[in-house]
Write a protein that binds this ligand. Structure first.
Ligand code: F0G
Length: 449
């Protein structure tokens, strides 16, 4: 694989060589973030890859036994020429995740075509693996021994796992007491140096920015443009799973706002190369208590952002000062998507509905279904359009949330308000009984009545 990429600043469009990229991944002139740019795709038509040959090659690779071919990220490596040598790939067999249909939710909402791209079905249980395999492989190739991230949990789990596979050390900064146990347990299990700071996620990001300036550690937060290259590949998978059609709408949760931009990059690049003929409208959904992007668009037309103090039980997206907000605004504008916010009760209800489909997801992922309901009500999505929700994390990431929901002590009465009867109809609390078949049969009868 030839390293044929450059970087383009998303603010001032300056183009630089990979060696010129600063350790904080920001443009020295305008402070904005960079994105990977492939000059060969912008020259004469004959220098671009051939779409039919690529489609054939990517499908063929699924039958190969080589680790890089079996990865749902590196299978598409013509779209991410970021390594000097394929031998440097660090993979756990990420990607190739299922696109499930959601028949019950579709019927309730009167939608003809509703599916979920389940990124929670990745090796460490979240979409972060697709970006991590890309950026960590680069870190190893560049000779780093330490990698680091600030995280609401999933990035740290993914980074710790891939670093361990590569024989590298990882430093994790987490907001103390504000991440789901499953994610903390993963970082510890994979051997990271796991530090819980007495601050929130945004505070961890600030501290890490100073640490990477003072120590030779490689930053693996999503400001790292190589993460985005991996995280764009689910867009390719979705198109492939839909026979190279794309859905009318794609709905993504918004936290630090890198994933919406990554998927947007994937769809826009596919269209540019002639792999697909159009792009879906990409919409971003945030929790009401962690909604800086919603406010930026409502109050400042997406021109600037004011950080908020973030509060939501969907701890993965408890982020008040998102790093990639400009990239997300650009994808909203380029694709014609929408931004929406949802309440704690709407998130909890949507999560239970996704669970009841036999799929499940973590709370942050459920904002997609909750947001879809609102976009349908507002007429921004029509019932004959096709919709794909991006489920970003596995239900086992945050079992505490699920258990509290079913016990009935997750939300306050005021919070559940208008959706309390829908929530009650989905609650399935556990029942304790003696070891006695009669008692079990009585319960079965009671439920069947
Ligand atoms: N869903 C889940 C499950 C997440 O873990 C995150 C982000 C998001 C959605 C939002 O994605 O930040 O690209 O807009 N988690 C990061 C972390 C911040 O540290 O694990 P985003």
């Amino acid at each position: 694989m030839m390293e044929i990429h450059q970087f383009r600043c998303t603010g001032c469009s300056a183009i630089i060589a990979p060696e010129a990229l600063a350790g904080n991944f920001r443009c020295p002139d305008c402070r904005d973030l960079y994105e990977v740019f492939y000059p060969g795709w912008h020259g004469q038509r004959h220098t671009r890859p051939n779409p039919s040959a690529l489609r054939w090659l990517w499908r063929e690779r699924r039958t190969s036994l080589a680790a890089a071919d079996r990865s749902g990220v590196w299978r598409f490596r013509e779209m991410l020429s970021i390594l000097r040598d394929d031998a440097g790939i660090v993979t756990l067999g990420e990607g190739n995740t299922p696109l499930y249909d959601l028949p019950r939710a579709a019927q309730r909402l009167g939608l003809a075509r509703l599916s979920a791209k389940h990124q929670g079905m990745n090796p460490t249980g979240s979409f972060k693996d697709t970006g991590m395999t890309a950026a960590l492989s680069v870190a190893r190739e560049r000779g780093f021994t330490w990698v680091a991230c600030a995280s609401t949990g999933n990035t740290s789990a993914a980074m710790a796992a891939y670093a361990a596979r590569a024989g590298m050390r990882s430093l994790v900064l987490l907001p103390q007491g504000k991440i789901a146990w499953g994610k903390l347990a993963q970082a510890m299990d994979y051997g990271a140096l796991t530090l819980q700071l007495r601050t929130d996620f945004d505070g961890c990001v600030r501290v890490l920015a100073e640490v990477v300036q003072r120590a030779p550690v490689y930053l693996l937060n999503s400001v790292n443009p190589y993460r985005i290259e991996g995280q764009k590949t689910p867009a390719l998978e979705i198109a492939e799973q839909m026979e190279w059609e794309v859905p009318d709408h794609l709905i993504v949760p918004g936290g630090n706002l890198a994933n919406s931009s990554a998927l947007g990059k994937g769809f826009l690049e596919m269209q540019h190369l002639g792999l697909t003929t159009r792009v879906p409208k990409i919409s971003v959904v945030q929790a009401e208590g962690a909604n800086p992007l919603v406010r930026s668009l409502q109050e400042f037309g997406g021109e600037r952002i004011e950080p908020v103090e973030a509060h939501t039980r969907a701890s993965a997206i408890r982020i008040g000062n998102p790093a990639s907000w400009r990239k997300a605004v650009r994808v909203l504008h380029q694709t014609g998507g929408f931004v929406e916010q949802v309440s704690e009760a709407e998130i909890a209800l949507a999560k239970a509905e996704i669970g009841a489909e036999g799929i499940g997801c973590e709370p942050a992922s459920a904002v997609t279904l909750a947001g879809l309901k609102k976009l349908l009500e507002q007429g921004k999505i029509a019932r004959d359009e096709s919709v794909v929700l991006v489920l970003t994390g596995h239900t086992l990431k945050d079992p505490d949330y699920t258990i509290h929901f079913h016990r009935g002590d997750l939300l306050t009465k005021e919070e559940s308000g208008p959706v309390s009867s829908q929530i009650d109809s989905l609650r399935r609390n556990t029942i304790e009984l003696d070891a006695d078949a009669d008692q079990v049969l009585r319960e079965l009868e009671r439920v069947n009545q």
